[in-house]
Structure formats: structure tokens, C-alpha cells
Design a binder for this molecule. Sequence first.
Ligand SMILES: [Zn+2]
Ligand SMILES: [Zn+2]
Length: 303
Amino acid sequence: MSKKDPRFFPNPSEPCPCGSGKILAQCCRHFDGTVFKEPSPIRPPGPRTGYSHPRCYLNFTQNCCSKISGEHFVSHGILRRIGQSVSVMGAPWLTAGEIRTYATKNLTANILCVRHNSAFSDVDNAAIQLFKFVNEVHAVLSQRSLSRKKKFYLVSGDDLEMWATKALLGLFHSQPKDTTLAEYSIDRSVVEKLIRTARLPKGCGIYLNARLGTRRVHNENEITVGTITLKDEMRLIGLVIDIGSVSVDFLMDPFGVSSLQRSKKLYRPAHLMFEGRGKAHVIFICWSSDHCKDGVVFTLNKR
Ligand SMILES: [Zn+2]
Ligand SMILES: [Zn+2]
């Protein structure tokens, strides 16, 4: 990992780097020429139903439908790509460093109504795209080819954070068996406010684990989710999410922001660049509120 300027001069008539299939000029290009992907809504469409499903954790919004969804907390779209298991690491019920792989079906919990779950489908898609992009870039870089053309990708950071919120709430509410997760709590007022406003509290969100010079191993098609807790308060405040070589901390509760070792983290990074064999590809992450202008470079080791 190191730092470098990604130099991005997009051609408006080329396909949009967000992967929509449209050309950039008709997709994520603002009138001022900048490239920006708008955050997706997380509120179910149409008027409020007035119904609260007793098993839906978003029932405080009184906007449920009567059917419960069997969605996994990590999102089915990602699990379909990984296979049928997900690694859970560093959870409060595991000893330090222990990684356990759970079969998808064991962690499927009926914790969101269908209406609320489908309202999250666009933010799920952002996480699926990032997962796909990271794996694609690694695959392209490890192939021998003569093409030196830089590839650009674009994801909405706001959407990634809402997806992480859904993953955190999902993990908490699914209460996997034989765990002590039930002894932990989350701050309900934080959750209620963030769902209503679709904004995280100040200082919360994604922090890229970016200690320069660190070696990271890319495990293809692997996603690892761990929890960040405050032991004294028995409070669940965030997640550690590893997607291939990319590791981020996600903080939902402002209570934990001060205890974070910020010097080794990059708050809402602007890009992830991957280079190797004379090629470089860049995943841009766009943010609608305060973020840093920097990104990091992952350099593929020659083998
Ligand atoms: Zn686009
Ligand atoms: Zn609901």
C-alpha cells in the first residue's frame, strides 16, 4: 500500500465506470464535468403502510408489509458470488483471531419485512459491485497481457455505508446461536435517526485500514465480517469488513469514534488504485458529505 494520484480523465462517450451499461454522459456525469454517483434511497417507495411487522427490526418506521424476508445479513447477491458460506471474525463470541465460517443457511434470519428488505436492494448492489470490481481488478492484474489501458470503476460510498449499516443491524438482530451477542446492545436512537435521515452521525462511516507499507493478501471471492465492540459498555458499534485485499472499519455509533486509532486509517477514501505488471486500475468512491481527498495504492507483488 502506498499513495499516488490516480489521474482520471474520463471520456464522456465511454461506458460509465459505475457499471450501469449506460455511457458516462448519460449516467454519473454532473453538468460541471465531475463524475458522481448519487446515493440510492433506502426508504420503501410509495405512501407509508402504517403497519409494523413484529419481527421486522425497522418496524419503528411503521412502513412494513406483512411478509417477512429470509435475506442473509450480508446480502444474497454477494453470497451467490462467494458461494454458500461467509467468514465471521473477531465477533464478541469468538476468541481473538479466531475465524469461523458459517453456512449461509445458518445465518439466515427472518428479521426484515420484504418491503424494507427490497428498499435496501440498491445499496446491496453497491457492495456487490465493489466486491466484483476488486476481484476483477485482481484477476486482470495477475494475467499477462499487453494492454496497458487503465480501467476505472465507480461506486457510491454513501451506498456502501448504508449496506454496512444493514449488515451490522442484520448481524445483531439475527443473533446467531451459541454466541454471546445477545449480551451486547446497539444504540436505538442512533439507528432510528440514521434510518430516518439516511445519514450517519458525524465522524461515523467507513475508515479504510491504510497503514502504508502493509502487506495484504487477496483472497479471491472472500468476505470476512467482524464486529467492533466497546467491552466496558457492552455495546456493538461497528464492523470490520474485509473484501479481498481491502479492509475497512465501519463505525455506526459515534460513541466509538474517539477510541479509533485514526492515524492508521483513511476516512472515506476517494479511491483505491491497484497496480502491477505495468498496469493500473482505479476504483473511485464518491461521497456526498465530508470525506478525505486521498486514496491508497495496492501494488501487486511479482511472483
Ligand atoms: Zn453511472
Ligand atoms: Zn419492515
